[in-house]
Design a protein around this ligand. Sequence first.
Ligand code: AMP
Ligand code: GLY
Length: 422
Amino acid sequence: MNILLLGSGGREHALAWKLAQSPSCKRLYAAPGNPGIAAHADLVDLNLLDHAAVIAFCQTNGIGLVVVGPEQPLVEGIADSLRAVGIPVFGPGKEAAQLEGSKAFTKAVCDEAGIPTAGYARCESFAEALAVIGDFGLPVVIKADGLAAGKGVIIAETAEQAHAALEDMFDGAFGAAGARVVIEEFLTGEEVSFFALTDGVNVVPFGSAQDHKRVGDGDTGPNTGGMGAYSPAKILTPALEADVMERIVLPTVRTLAERGTPYVGVLYAGLMLTPTGPQLIEYNARFGDPECQVLMMRLEDDLVELLLAVAEGRLSGLSARLSDAPAITVVMAAHGYPGTPEKGAIITLPTAPDDVMIFHAGTAIHDGELVASGGRVLNVTATARTLAQARADAYLTVDKIAFPGGFCRRDIGWRELARSAH
Ligand code: AMP
Ligand code: GLY
């Protein structure tokens, strides 16, 4: 079968690597892809906003499965357009993708299904927000409702900060995404990510991971898209995972099916493990980046078979086998990230040993040289018998990469390693 993968980051490189290994993958295309993905796929230049063009490409090239990596095309309804003409697609339609596209939408689903999540208020104006903000105590969490590239969440420690954040959002600091604001109770605990595949009815657990959102060692400095991850996150014990499935994931899938807008794809639950049990912080309508890289490293099953079963509503009776061996990924970012990253540094990559992959996240070819072209540039991903060994292997490869101005965190996996040391 021919497959089209949409996206261009480290997540998509990991997906391409795994899709290309499947005996049922005849030809893999990626739009737009990147130089790392080019090792596994033919890159094609498609405007993802032009659904007719994407459909025409699929029809001309006999595409039997479209895999959508990032959230933006999902929220813009690419999956609906493809499904309408009978092309199997891995990824939710526009309405179900609102689980990521609108925080107020997710809260309404939580209300309807009794899902544990932080108490909240949905506000359409500054005056409305001011009237309720005092009910939440401090710190208080203020979120732009819509997609804001991971930047629309402010944790205000003081009433003044909360006031200023609300003013900014209603003033358009996040554009249309901030026209509506969700104010939330602050939850305490450790964060963990949990993934599940669903065809709209059947749900298959797809493992846990822990991201590292802050730019600096010891979880300091500004937030990023994620500086590294490991999987499994053992803090999500089998008992907690069963609880998350029962009280969070299954009720969500059921509610969307009942509404007539079934969720088809991977559901990524961002969870807070609070003293009173797991609570949902947010949903994403796609694999995490860089969490996908560690999940793909652990996946023992045929990715094409699984994603096609999701797309065709045949997930019943299937499961996903992930290796017991842990995996870790270290993000190498360009100088300046998460502010304005410096572009153009020339990168020289070593040959990675077995069980280590260097996924490309933000690279380009310029005058025949591999250069940095984004904030997060490379994801060095390793698997080994223990997390400590996987981490040592990943950093050994990191240290062989020539990338002027490139940097990474040196402590990925620290929470898990501190736990296993006791
Ligand atoms: P989100 O984009 O909703 O995942 O929020 C980004 C980050 O803000 C999360 O990963 C958490 O670290 C933090 N956060 C969001 N909501 C809450 C909450 N209700 N309580 C505490 N921290 C939160
Ligand atoms: N790593 C966080 C995300 O993919 O949203």
